[in-house]
Design a protein around this ligand. Structure first.
Ligand SMILES: Cc1cc2nc3c(=O)[nH]c(=O)nc-3n(C[C@H](O)[C@H](O)[C@H](O)COP(=O)(O)OP(=O)(O)OC[C@H]3O[C@@H](n4cnc5c(N)ncnc54)[C@H](O)[C@@H]3O)c2cc1C
Length: 304
């Protein structure tokens, strides 16, 4: 495969053998065959068809803030829309935003328009695309609550528009197809007074700062909360706070966060994930399901 050819075909950036350490909030991960920042839908379509011809898988990510990448890296193209899919526009109570828009910026722009709905999501790192795939949420609110429609590039490289009710959103999950690349989304929000919206935002910010280990790199909560329980509470009660493997540590502040103290490896995080799961299964007969997404690991690495 000649990546020079692809470089001549698109206007976006292509970084060969790019370490994923540079593209994940964990600061962990070996090299991707290529890390690609397409400039347009056309670029994306070209990348997809080039990859298909060369039998190379394509993975779309946002800011990598919910992502653990293996130390061996990714045998495929990693595409991120974070650099160029950044447009936001408003039409009365409607907000239209591209998938690479940072969630924090989306919230700020909505506040400027006196639009309420998304402000409690303020501290969630990452892009709109990642938030929609994960159905990101905080303090009882989820990104899908105000969604009306999305546009995506499907596995055939064709742009499709879907209304929100064609996708099922549940707690930290959605039914987008594996190869769908979300391009943009539209939200219907409500008008409110700016001071009320800012109060909601500040409360959410305050609660987050008091409950999360934000001084260290992480990918947020590692496990989903099992029905009726908080994963962090169970891990804490099992006495696992502070346990470490290499530089990966179960946070003292929030036991559902595995933080990177400095130079943690993906394998360190994987070992802690196994320890937590085994302990919680033995103690409570509960299987903890991963919330973080993973890339580049051998099949079965995360089987419970
Ligand atoms: C300190 C910290 C706090 C956090 N707090 C919260 C919280 O309160 N609530 C919460 O829900 N999450 C939280 N998270 C997790 C994370 O920020 C969210 O899941 C976020 O929405 C992920 O966005 P991202 O752009 O970084 O996605 P990534 O991590 O890059 O990707 C996540 C998933 O989405 C897919 N994806 C990304 N963009 C696209 C696209 N355009 N098209 C198709 N697929 C795509 C990826 O393939 C991957 O499967 C936290 C993380 C950190 C580090």
């Amino acid at each position: 495969m000649d990546l020079k050819q692809l470089k001549e075909m698109i206007t976006g950036n292509i970084m060969e053998n790019e370490p994923m350490v540079n593209h994940t909030s964990y600061g962990i991960g070996g090299p991707a065959l290529a890390f690609i920042e397409p400039n347009s839908i056309k670029d994306l379509q070209i990348v997809k068809s080039f990859a298909e011809k060369n039998k190379v898988p394509v993975y779309c990510i946002g800011s990598g803030s919910n992502l653990l990448v293996s130390d061996k890296g990714v045998n495929g193209f990693v595409v991120s829309l974070e650099e160029s899919f950044k447009n936001i526009s408003f039409d009365e109570n409607k907000c239209h935003a591209a998938a690479g828009v940072k969630l924090s910026r989306l919230v700020k722009e909505c506040i400027k328009q006196n639009l309420t709905g998304l402000e409690t999501l303020i501290g969630i790192p990452g892009t709109l695309g990642g938030a929609l795939i994960m159905n990101a949420g905080a303090f009882g609110n989820e990104i899908s609550n105000y969604l009306t429609s999305i546009e995506l590039l499907n596995d055939k490289g064709v742009v499709e528009k879907k209304s929100a009710n064609e996708i099922k959103f549940q707690y930290r999950s959605s039914t987008f197809k594996k190869d769908d690349i979300i391009l943009n989304a539209e939200f219907q929000l409500d008008k409110s007074s700016q001071s009320k919206i800012i109060k909601n935002r500040d409360e959410a910010n305050f609660n987050r700062k008091n409950t999360q280990p934000l001084k260290y790199r992480s990918a947020g909560s590692v496990f989903k909360n099992p029905e009726g329980f908080s994963a962090g509470y169970l891990i804490d009660q099992a006495g696992l706070k502070g346990k470490s493997i290499g530089d990966a540590v179960i946070s003292d502040i929030h036991a559902n966060f595995i933080i990177n103290r400095e130079n943690a490896k993906a394998d360190d995080v994987v070992q802690l994930v196994k320890i937590i799961r085994d302990t919680i299964l033995k103690k409570y007969s509960i299987v903890l399901e991963l919330e973080i997404t993973t890339l580049g690991f051998l099949k079965g690495t995360f089987d419970a």
